[in-house]
Design a binder for this molecule. Structure first.
Ligand code: NAG
Length: 297
């Protein structure tokens, strides 16, 4: 019985292990090839989606189509959640079936302005667990990868977060474009009022997948972003965790891939410091809103 159980476990891990690596080996070259097509991109039109900062080009659609088509041909029963496809069909529910979650170009606004901070992101979720992530920035020739339980890598070299535990020494990437939205404006303004006195420096890079990877390899200490979609986090959150970093929901709770907002930090200790300060800021905002006081700097 025990032996049977062990053999069964071994078999499961063997088959799963083999399969994940097989998925990885098949998809990595596809992602790289798709990403490289951006290096020669020219004369494309830029459209604006629902939000004014949400842009799309023909390359977003092309890359997503190529990735989905090729993976589907190899594994016809797999499912897909792609940014551009979801724009048309809505985001499908996550099931236990292997599901590829694709952001063809994250940081499109950077891409169209020739700022080299954007990337192709592909995550694989099986049984609702994030199992694999690939984020490729063709402009800097940097490919971040992770397989669950096997560590995180940049161009094949293992990476770790920088282990920062002190908010006063931390460089914080805070995605602030959402502050345009009245729903978020006061939230951000109150939090910044408190955070700016504590942190060492602030950035707002405009690509969630790259922001996560920069925490993973220790360039950033912390990264926070709200109002996200699964494709913004499917690969990057796994990469941060496999690099030893900590990811929670932007409000301090558990991170949820299908309703993602996050704070990603080098360590849990750093996360706790950010969260304590943000709780105070949120409380002041709450108090002000109860008294109908608008934020004024
Ligand atoms: C919010 O209001 C409560 C009750 O008046 C007060 O105790 C608390 O200090 C306030 N919080 C902040 C951060 O201003």
């Amino acid at each position: 019985m025990w032996l049977g159980y062990k053999i069964c476990l071994f078999w499961v891990s063997f088959v799963m292990g083999e399969t994940i690596e097989e998925y990885f080996d098949f998809v990595l070259p596809l992602v790289k090839e798709a990403g490289k097509s951006l290096l020669t991109a020219a004369d494309y039109e830029v459209e604006t989606k629902q939000e004014i900062y949400d842009l799309v080009t023909v390359y977003d659609r092309k890359i997503e189509d190529v990735l989905i088509k090729n993976i589907k041909k190899k594994w016809p029963h797999h499912k897909f959640i792609g940014e551009e496809e979801s724009e048309v069909n809505g985001i499908s529910e996550l099931t236990d079936t292997p599901t590829w979650i694709i952001d063809p170009i994250d940081g499109t606004a950077n891409f169209v302005r020739n700022m080299k901070f954007s990337g192709v992101s592909v995550g694989l979720v099986i049984n609702k667990v994030q199992m694999m992530g690939i984020v490729y920035n063709p402009f800097l020739e940097e490919c971040f990868t992770a397989i669950k339980g096997k560590g995180a890598f940049l161009n094949g070299e293992e990476i770790k977060t920088n282990g920062q535990k002190d908010i006063q020494k931390s460089i914080f990437n805070y995605e602030l474009s959402l502050a345009r939205n009245p729903k978020y404006y006061e939230l951000y303004m109150y939090r910044l009022k408190y955070l700016m006195k504590e942190i060492l420096g602030i950035r707002s890079y405009g690509s969630s997948v790259m922001g996560l990877c920069y925490v993973a390899n220790g360039r950033l200490d912390a990264y926070q972003c709200d109002g996200l979609y699964p494709w913004d986090a499917a690969a990057g959150v796994l990469i941060v965790r496999e690099a030893g970093g900590y990811v929670c929901d932007s409000n301090g709770g558990e991170f949820h891939l299908m309703n993602p907002n996050f704070l990603a930090t080098s360590t849990k200790e750093l996360s706790d410091q950010f969260m304590a300060i943000e709780r105070t800021a949120d409380e002041e905002r709450e108090n002000a809103s109860n008294k109908n006081i608008k934020f004024s700097p």
